[in-house]
Design a protein around this ligand. Sequence first.
Ligand SMILES: Nc1nc2c(c(=O)[nH]1)N[C@H]1C(S)=C(S)[C@@H](COP(=O)(O)O)O[C@H]1N2
Ligand SMILES: [Mo]
Length: 334
Amino acid sequence: MTDFDKPHMEPKGFFGYLPLSPSDLVDRKTPTDKVFSLAHFGVPIIEASDWQLEISGLVNQPRTLTLTDIKDLPRREINTVHQCAGSPLDPTSPKRRITNVTWAGVDLAYLLNELGIDPKAKYIWSYAPDFGEFGGYSQSYYLKDLSVNRILEGGVLLAYELNGEPLPHRHGFPVRLVIPGYYGTNSVKWICRMILAAERADSVFTTKLYTNPARSEEGKNTTGSPVWEIAPESVIVSPGDNSLVQQDSCLIWGWAWSASGAERVQISVDDGKTWDRADLETRSEWAWQKFTYNWQPSSKGAFTIIARASDPSGNIQPITGARNAVHSVQVNVE
Ligand SMILES: Nc1nc2c(c(=O)[nH]1)N[C@H]1C(S)=C(S)[C@@H](COP(=O)(O)O)O[C@H]1N2
Ligand SMILES: [Mo]
Protein backbone atom coordinates (compact mmCIF):
# COMPACT_ATOMS: atom_id res chain seq x y z
CA MET A 1 0.00 0.00 0.00
CA THR A 2 2.86 2.37 0.61
CA ASP A 3 5.23 1.41 -2.18
CA PHE A 4 6.02 4.70 -3.88
CA ASP A 5 8.51 5.08 -6.72
CA LYS A 6 11.65 6.49 -5.15
CA PRO A 7 12.12 10.07 -6.39
CA HIS A 8 15.50 11.64 -7.11
CA MET A 9 16.48 13.66 -4.00
CA GLU A 10 18.56 16.83 -4.31
CA PRO A 11 19.89 17.41 -1.73
CA LYS A 12 19.59 14.00 -0.05
CA GLY A 13 19.55 13.99 3.76
CA PHE A 14 18.22 16.60 6.22
CA PHE A 15 17.69 19.95 4.53
CA GLY A 16 17.37 23.24 6.40
CA TYR A 17 17.32 26.77 4.95
CA LEU A 18 16.90 29.36 7.71
CA PRO A 19 17.59 32.83 6.31
CA LEU A 20 15.76 35.07 8.81
CA SER A 21 16.24 36.04 12.47
CA PRO A 22 13.48 37.86 14.38
CA SER A 23 14.95 41.32 13.60
CA ASP A 24 14.81 40.46 9.86
CA LEU A 25 11.01 39.90 9.91
CA VAL A 26 10.36 43.48 8.71
CA ASP A 27 8.00 42.52 5.86
CA ARG A 28 4.35 41.77 6.55
CA LYS A 29 4.48 39.23 3.70
CA THR A 30 7.67 37.19 3.58
CA PRO A 31 9.23 37.12 0.08
CA THR A 32 9.59 33.58 -1.26
CA ASP A 33 13.41 33.62 -1.32
CA LYS A 34 13.33 34.45 2.42
CA VAL A 35 10.87 31.71 3.41
CA PHE A 36 12.61 29.08 5.57
CA SER A 37 12.53 25.56 4.25
CA LEU A 38 12.88 22.24 6.05
CA ALA A 39 12.81 18.63 4.93
CA HIS A 40 13.68 15.66 7.16
CA PHE A 41 15.04 13.49 4.33
CA GLY A 42 15.99 16.05 1.67
CA VAL A 43 14.22 17.53 -1.34
CA PRO A 44 12.64 15.18 -3.92
CA ILE A 45 12.69 16.59 -7.45
CA ILE A 46 9.32 15.71 -8.99
CA GLU A 47 8.23 16.68 -12.50
CA ALA A 48 4.66 17.94 -12.93
CA SER A 49 4.01 15.36 -15.66
CA ASP A 50 5.09 12.50 -13.35
CA TRP A 51 2.96 13.65 -10.45
CA GLN A 52 -0.46 12.41 -9.36
CA LEU A 53 -2.50 12.31 -6.19
CA GLU A 54 -4.54 9.26 -5.18
CA ILE A 55 -7.44 9.77 -2.78
CA SER A 56 -8.95 6.60 -1.34
CA GLY A 57 -10.16 4.92 1.86
CA LEU A 58 -13.47 6.01 3.44
CA VAL A 59 -14.60 8.07 0.48
CA ASN A 60 -17.52 7.28 -1.85
CA GLN A 61 -15.62 7.87 -5.10
CA PRO A 62 -11.88 7.25 -4.82
CA ARG A 63 -10.00 9.32 -7.39
CA THR A 64 -6.58 9.94 -8.88
CA LEU A 65 -5.89 13.54 -9.88
CA THR A 66 -3.24 15.13 -12.10
CA LEU A 67 -1.95 18.68 -11.67
CA THR A 68 -4.29 19.82 -14.44
CA ASP A 69 -7.26 18.24 -12.63
CA ILE A 70 -6.32 20.10 -9.44
CA LYS A 71 -5.88 23.44 -11.23
CA ASP A 72 -9.29 23.01 -12.91
CA LEU A 73 -10.95 23.09 -9.47
CA PRO A 74 -11.89 26.44 -7.86
CA ARG A 75 -8.75 28.34 -6.81
CA ARG A 76 -8.62 29.66 -3.26
CA GLU A 77 -5.96 32.02 -1.92
CA ILE A 78 -5.02 32.10 1.74
CA ASN A 79 -2.79 34.42 3.72
CA THR A 80 -1.37 32.66 6.75
CA VAL A 81 1.44 32.34 9.19
CA HIS A 82 3.73 29.47 8.21
CA GLN A 83 5.73 28.18 11.17
CA CYS A 84 7.94 25.18 11.86
CA ALA A 85 7.30 23.53 15.23
CA GLY A 86 11.07 23.22 15.76
CA SER A 87 13.02 20.01 16.10
CA PRO A 88 10.94 17.00 17.23
CA LEU A 89 14.13 15.81 18.96
CA ASP A 90 14.30 19.05 21.03
CA PRO A 91 10.63 20.06 21.35
CA THR A 92 10.94 22.48 24.29
CA SER A 93 13.31 24.97 22.71
CA PRO A 94 11.94 27.81 20.59
CA LYS A 95 13.38 28.00 17.06
CA ARG A 96 11.40 30.98 15.68
CA ARG A 97 11.16 29.63 12.16
CA ILE A 98 8.28 31.83 11.18
CA THR A 99 6.94 33.59 8.09
CA ASN A 100 3.68 35.04 6.78
CA VAL A 101 2.84 34.04 3.22
CA THR A 102 0.10 33.55 0.62
CA TRP A 103 -0.72 30.10 -0.73
CA ALA A 104 -3.14 29.20 -3.52
CA GLY A 105 -4.78 25.92 -4.42
CA VAL A 106 -8.03 24.04 -4.05
CA ASP A 107 -9.82 23.86 -0.71
CA LEU A 108 -9.67 20.22 0.39
CA ALA A 109 -13.19 20.50 1.86
CA TYR A 110 -14.51 21.32 -1.62
CA LEU A 111 -12.70 18.39 -3.22
CA LEU A 112 -13.66 15.85 -0.53
CA ASN A 113 -17.29 16.92 -0.58
CA GLU A 114 -17.28 16.27 -4.33
CA LEU A 115 -15.89 12.78 -3.75
CA GLY A 116 -18.29 12.13 -0.86
CA ILE A 117 -16.94 11.56 2.64
CA ASP A 118 -18.03 8.32 4.34
CA PRO A 119 -19.43 9.30 7.79
CA LYS A 120 -17.02 6.79 9.39
CA ALA A 121 -14.02 8.87 8.18
CA LYS A 122 -12.53 10.88 11.05
CA TYR A 123 -8.93 11.40 9.88
CA ILE A 124 -7.05 11.80 6.66
CA TRP A 125 -3.59 10.32 6.21
CA SER A 126 -1.32 12.26 3.86
CA TYR A 127 1.74 10.64 2.25
CA ALA A 128 4.73 11.93 0.32
CA PRO A 129 7.42 9.84 -1.40
CA ASP A 130 10.50 11.44 0.22
CA PHE A 131 12.44 8.78 2.09
CA GLY A 132 15.52 8.29 4.24
CA GLU A 133 16.61 8.42 7.85
CA PHE A 134 15.70 10.86 10.58
CA GLY A 135 16.22 10.70 14.33
CA GLY A 136 17.29 7.05 14.14
CA TYR A 137 14.21 6.00 12.15
CA SER A 138 14.42 4.75 8.58
CA GLN A 139 11.31 5.55 6.53
CA SER A 140 10.22 4.91 2.96
CA TYR A 141 7.74 7.86 2.97
CA TYR A 142 6.66 10.90 4.98
CA LEU A 143 3.23 10.49 6.60
CA LYS A 144 1.11 12.91 8.65
CA ASP A 145 -2.55 12.93 9.66
CA LEU A 146 -5.22 15.50 10.46
CA SER A 147 -8.87 15.41 11.39
CA VAL A 148 -11.70 15.54 8.88
CA ASN A 149 -13.31 18.14 11.18
CA ARG A 150 -10.40 20.53 10.63
CA ILE A 151 -10.70 20.06 6.88
CA LEU A 152 -14.43 20.81 6.98
CA GLU A 153 -13.73 24.10 8.81
CA GLY A 154 -12.18 25.21 5.51
CA GLY A 155 -8.93 26.77 4.41
CA VAL A 156 -6.97 23.51 4.19
CA LEU A 157 -5.44 23.65 0.73
CA LEU A 158 -3.92 21.35 -1.81
CA ALA A 159 -1.63 24.23 -2.77
CA TYR A 160 0.29 24.70 -6.01
CA GLU A 161 1.34 28.35 -5.55
CA LEU A 162 3.38 30.25 -2.98
CA ASN A 163 3.16 34.06 -3.15
CA GLY A 164 1.57 33.90 -6.60
CA GLU A 165 4.18 31.61 -8.23
CA PRO A 166 4.37 27.83 -8.71
CA LEU A 167 5.87 26.15 -5.64
CA PRO A 168 9.66 25.92 -5.73
CA HIS A 169 10.83 22.28 -5.40
CA ARG A 170 11.91 22.73 -1.81
CA HIS A 171 8.45 24.07 -0.85
CA GLY A 172 6.62 21.04 -2.26
CA PHE A 173 6.39 21.22 -6.06
CA PRO A 174 4.04 20.43 -7.67
CA VAL A 175 1.42 20.19 -4.88
CA ARG A 176 1.52 20.28 -1.08
CA LEU A 177 -0.88 20.40 1.80
CA VAL A 178 -1.30 23.71 3.68
CA ILE A 179 -3.16 23.67 6.99
CA PRO A 180 -3.64 27.22 8.24
CA GLY A 181 -3.30 27.39 12.03
CA TYR A 182 -1.27 24.17 12.23
CA TYR A 183 2.50 23.87 12.58
CA GLY A 184 4.38 23.37 9.29
CA THR A 185 5.26 19.73 9.99
CA ASN A 186 1.63 18.78 9.23
CA SER A 187 1.62 20.43 5.80
CA VAL A 188 2.90 17.53 3.72
CA LYS A 189 4.96 18.64 0.72
CA TRP A 190 5.10 16.62 -2.54
CA ILE A 191 1.83 14.98 -1.42
CA CYS A 192 0.98 11.90 -3.51
CA ARG A 193 -1.59 9.88 -1.54
CA MET A 194 -4.44 10.65 0.87
CA ILE A 195 -6.37 7.95 2.72
CA LEU A 196 -9.51 8.68 4.72
CA ALA A 197 -9.64 6.53 7.84
CA ALA A 198 -11.61 6.01 11.05
CA GLU A 199 -8.52 6.28 13.26
CA ARG A 200 -5.26 8.20 13.50
CA ALA A 201 -2.21 7.00 11.56
CA ASP A 202 0.19 5.21 13.91
CA SER A 203 3.56 6.08 12.43
CA VAL A 204 6.88 7.79 13.19
CA PHE A 205 5.88 11.38 12.28
CA THR A 206 2.30 11.11 13.64
CA THR A 207 2.42 9.38 17.03
CA LYS A 208 6.14 8.99 17.90
CA LEU A 209 7.78 12.26 16.85
CA TYR A 210 5.73 15.49 17.03
CA THR A 211 3.71 14.33 20.03
CA ASN A 212 3.38 16.58 23.08
CA PRO A 213 4.43 14.80 26.27
CA ALA A 214 1.64 13.04 28.17
CA ARG A 215 0.65 14.80 31.37
CA SER A 216 -0.85 13.37 34.50
CA GLU A 217 -3.51 15.54 36.09
CA GLU A 218 -5.39 14.64 39.28
CA GLY A 219 -4.37 11.04 39.01
CA LYS A 220 -5.55 10.79 35.40
CA ASN A 221 -3.01 10.11 32.70
CA THR A 222 -3.55 11.91 29.43
CA THR A 223 -1.93 10.50 26.35
CA GLY A 224 0.38 12.79 24.38
CA SER A 225 -1.44 15.09 21.98
CA PRO A 226 -0.27 15.67 18.40
CA VAL A 227 1.62 18.84 17.52
CA TRP A 228 -1.19 20.35 15.41
CA GLU A 229 -2.53 23.80 16.41
CA ILE A 230 -0.02 26.64 16.70
CA ALA A 231 0.29 27.87 20.30
CA PRO A 232 0.26 31.64 21.03
CA GLU A 233 3.57 33.26 20.19
CA SER A 234 5.15 36.63 19.44
CA VAL A 235 8.48 37.95 18.17
CA ILE A 236 10.09 41.34 18.70
CA VAL A 237 11.27 42.68 15.34
CA SER A 238 12.49 46.03 16.65
CA PRO A 239 14.57 47.03 18.50
CA GLY A 240 17.01 44.29 17.53
CA ASP A 241 19.00 42.32 20.06
CA ASN A 242 22.04 44.22 21.45
CA SER A 243 20.95 47.55 19.99
CA LEU A 244 21.26 51.07 21.31
CA VAL A 245 18.06 53.01 21.90
CA GLN A 246 17.33 56.64 22.79
CA GLN A 247 15.84 57.49 26.17
CA ASP A 248 13.23 59.95 24.87
CA SER A 249 11.31 57.33 22.89
CA CYS A 250 11.60 53.78 21.67
CA LEU A 251 9.02 52.08 19.47
CA ILE A 252 8.87 48.35 20.25
CA TRP A 253 7.12 46.35 17.52
CA GLY A 254 6.73 42.81 16.27
CA TRP A 255 4.29 40.10 15.26
CA ALA A 256 1.93 37.86 17.24
CA TRP A 257 -0.17 34.86 16.19
CA SER A 258 -1.74 31.55 17.21
CA ALA A 259 -4.08 29.01 15.62
CA SER A 260 -7.03 31.12 16.79
CA GLY A 261 -5.24 34.50 16.55
CA ALA A 262 -3.57 36.65 19.18
CA GLU A 263 -5.92 38.33 21.64
CA ARG A 264 -3.37 40.35 23.62
CA VAL A 265 0.36 41.14 23.66
CA GLN A 266 2.12 42.38 26.77
CA ILE A 267 5.57 43.90 27.17
CA SER A 268 7.86 43.74 30.19
CA VAL A 269 11.08 45.72 30.63
CA ASP A 270 11.72 44.56 34.22
CA ASP A 271 12.35 40.82 33.78
CA GLY A 272 8.68 39.95 33.91
CA LYS A 273 7.79 41.68 37.22
CA THR A 274 5.29 43.99 35.49
CA TRP A 275 3.57 43.81 32.11
CA ASP A 276 2.02 46.53 29.99
CA ARG A 277 -0.43 45.97 27.15
CA ALA A 278 0.77 46.69 23.60
CA ASP A 279 -1.49 47.87 20.76
CA LEU A 280 -2.44 44.91 18.59
CA GLU A 281 -4.11 44.91 15.19
CA THR A 282 -6.97 42.49 14.50
CA ARG A 283 -6.35 39.34 12.50
CA SER A 284 -7.12 38.92 8.84
CA GLU A 285 -7.48 35.26 7.74
CA TRP A 286 -4.70 33.27 9.47
CA ALA A 287 -2.07 36.03 9.18
CA TRP A 288 0.16 37.27 11.93
CA GLN A 289 -0.82 40.52 13.70
CA LYS A 290 1.41 43.55 14.27
CA PHE A 291 1.87 44.84 17.82
CA THR A 292 3.35 48.19 18.77
CA TYR A 293 4.32 49.73 22.10
CA ASN A 294 5.76 53.17 22.77
CA TRP A 295 8.32 52.74 25.51
CA GLN A 296 9.75 55.64 27.48
CA PRO A 297 12.71 54.12 29.33
CA SER A 298 12.90 55.21 32.98
CA SER A 299 16.69 55.47 32.95
CA LYS A 300 19.81 54.89 30.91
CA GLY A 301 21.51 51.51 30.98
CA ALA A 302 20.85 47.89 30.09
CA PHE A 303 17.29 46.51 29.76
CA THR A 304 15.73 43.26 28.63
CA ILE A 305 12.52 43.65 26.63
CA ILE A 306 10.15 40.65 26.73
CA ALA A 307 6.94 40.22 24.71
CA ARG A 308 4.27 37.64 25.45
CA ALA A 309 1.11 36.83 23.51
CA SER A 310 -2.10 35.16 24.60
CA ASP A 311 -4.93 33.64 22.57
CA PRO A 312 -8.71 34.14 22.91
CA SER A 313 -8.95 31.17 25.34
CA GLY A 314 -6.42 32.79 27.68
CA ASN A 315 -3.48 30.51 26.84
CA ILE A 316 -0.34 32.55 27.37
CA GLN A 317 3.24 32.23 26.16
CA PRO A 318 5.43 30.61 28.81
CA ILE A 319 8.72 32.23 29.86
CA THR A 320 10.81 29.09 29.23
CA GLY A 321 10.64 25.38 28.48
CA ALA A 322 8.30 25.32 25.48
CA ARG A 323 8.52 25.69 21.72
CA ASN A 324 6.51 28.91 22.06
CA ALA A 325 8.52 30.34 25.00
CA VAL A 326 8.85 34.14 24.97
CA HIS A 327 11.27 36.08 22.80
CA SER A 328 13.38 38.78 24.49
CA VAL A 329 15.98 41.32 23.36
CA GLN A 330 18.73 43.12 25.27
CA VAL A 331 19.06 46.84 24.65
CA ASN A 332 21.18 49.69 25.95
CA VAL A 333 19.44 52.99 26.62
CA GLU A 334 21.71 55.99 26.03
N1 LIG B 1 6.96 15.42 2.49
C1 LIG B 1 7.41 16.19 3.48
N2 LIG B 1 6.65 17.24 3.88
C2 LIG B 1 7.10 18.04 4.87
C3 LIG B 1 8.32 17.81 5.53
C4 LIG B 1 9.09 16.68 5.11
O1 LIG B 1 10.18 16.40 5.62
N3 LIG B 1 8.61 15.91 4.08
N4 LIG B 1 8.72 18.64 6.55
C5 LIG B 1 7.67 19.39 7.24
C6 LIG B 1 8.17 20.41 8.14
S1 LIG B 1 8.86 19.90 9.60
C7 LIG B 1 8.00 21.75 7.89
S2 LIG B 1 8.39 22.92 9.04
C8 LIG B 1 7.44 22.23 6.61
C9 LIG B 1 8.37 23.24 5.95
O2 LIG B 1 7.79 23.73 4.78
P1 LIG B 1 8.63 24.71 3.85
O3 LIG B 1 9.94 24.05 3.49
O4 LIG B 1 7.78 24.98 2.67
O5 LIG B 1 8.87 25.97 4.65
O6 LIG B 1 7.23 21.15 5.70
C10 LIG B 1 6.67 20.00 6.28
N5 LIG B 1 6.31 19.09 5.24
MO1 LIG C 1 9.31 21.81 10.89
